[in-house]
Design a binder for this molecule. Structure first.
Ligand SMILES: C[S@@+](CC[C@H](N)C(=O)[O-])C[C@H]1O[C@@H](n2cnc3c(N)ncnc32)[C@H](O)[C@@H]1O
Length: 283
């Protein structure tokens, strides 16, 4: 059976990165790459994702993610360099993407926002090769992991987006271009003063509705119950979405959604997981 957890690690020569995820690093051995200090302005991954692809071109806004310095393993770094030209997509906000050209076919396209380490994304892509997935995150190690999984499993139906999904939706996707939207375990931002950072709120849904085709499915899941209630409230109140559940409320977890890494952590803490399945209304 295929393993969709950490992608297989290759040991490329001379890669200036850590040799493990935080807290998992063993002692350095002679076979490890020698770290080298990058010169000022030298890109971390010359052929890979840009550090801030949209740069200051777009106004600063409240972000749903926390920029974090992330350790990248040797295998992830190598994937970012080698595989980015084939699977990567920098979200620079500079052009509207032709999705048929991007994937080389006109299969339905689903956007996944916040794929984390990408295991669930890869699993869903492998299980449904006739659906294209644009998977977006700002998390560099996860991008490397998903690239490795894409190569390992030969996933021609995945593209790995680097940057803010809001800029992708607003600047780079045409109206009515998406057949679905997946948001699995978005950052819950539990503190009240941070609630404004939560992704699923009315303004986000206004934008998403314009990019989703009528009938397109919006699938969200969270292990943070107050956020689940908020999602249910804002999706139910939004005129462009209707609940797929006849009586309203949360949906049973669909069999096609794999367990995600964050979900597993939430379950370990005894959290309750809620799925929401809404549809963009047909007019
Ligand atoms: C809590 S993690 C969940 C990851 C994964 N879905 C899982 O369940 O394991 C949320 C992810 O969403 C990403 N994220 C949040 N807001 C984003 C945005 N506006 N654009 C792209 N990625 C975003 C974060 O970087 C983070 O990796």
């Amino acid at each position: 059976m295929s393993d969709f957890r950490n992608a297989p690690e290759a040991a490329p020569p001379g890669v200036p990165v850590s040799s493990g995820t935080p807290g998992e690093q063993g002692p350095r051995t002679s076979g490890d790459p020698v770290p080298h200090a990058r010169a000022k302005g030298e890109p971390r991954f010359p052929e890979g994702p840009k550090p801030d692809p949209a740069g200051s071109h777009f106004e600063r806004r409240i972000r749903s993610f926390q920029p974090r310095r992330s350790r990248v393993t040797t295998g992830q770094a190598e994937a970012l360099r080698r595989l980015w030209p084939q699977w990567g997509l920098d979200i620079d906000g500079q052009r509207v993407i032709d999705l048929a050209e991007l994937f080389g076919n006109d299969h339905p396209v689903v956007l996944e926002i916040g794929f984390g380490m990408g295991e669930a994304t890869a699993q869903m892509a492998a299980a449904d090769p006739d659906t294209n997935i644009v998977a977006v995150d700002v998390h560099t190690p996860g991008q490397g992991n998903l690239l490795n999984l894409a190569e390992h499993h030969g996933l021609s139906n995945v593209r790995v987006g680097n940057g803010d999904a809001i800029i992708l939706l607003r600047e780079m996707l045409a109206p009515d271009s998406l057949d679905g939207l997946r948001v699995y375990f978005p950052d819950p931002w539990p503190k009240k003063r941070h609630h404004k950072r939560r992704l699923i709120q009315p303004a986000f849904l206004d934008l998403a509705a314009t990019r989703l085709k009528p009938g397109a499915l919006v699938h969200c899941a969270t292990d943070w119950e107050p956020y689940a209630e908020q999602m249910l409230d804002v999706l139910t109140a939004h005129p462009e979405f209707e609940n797929t559940q006849p009586g309203g409320g949360f949906a049973p977890r669909p069999a096609h959604r794999p367990l995600t890494r964050f979900e597993g952590q939430g379950l370990d803490k005894g959290h309750v997981v809620n799925d929401l399945l809404f549809r963009r209304v047909q007019r």
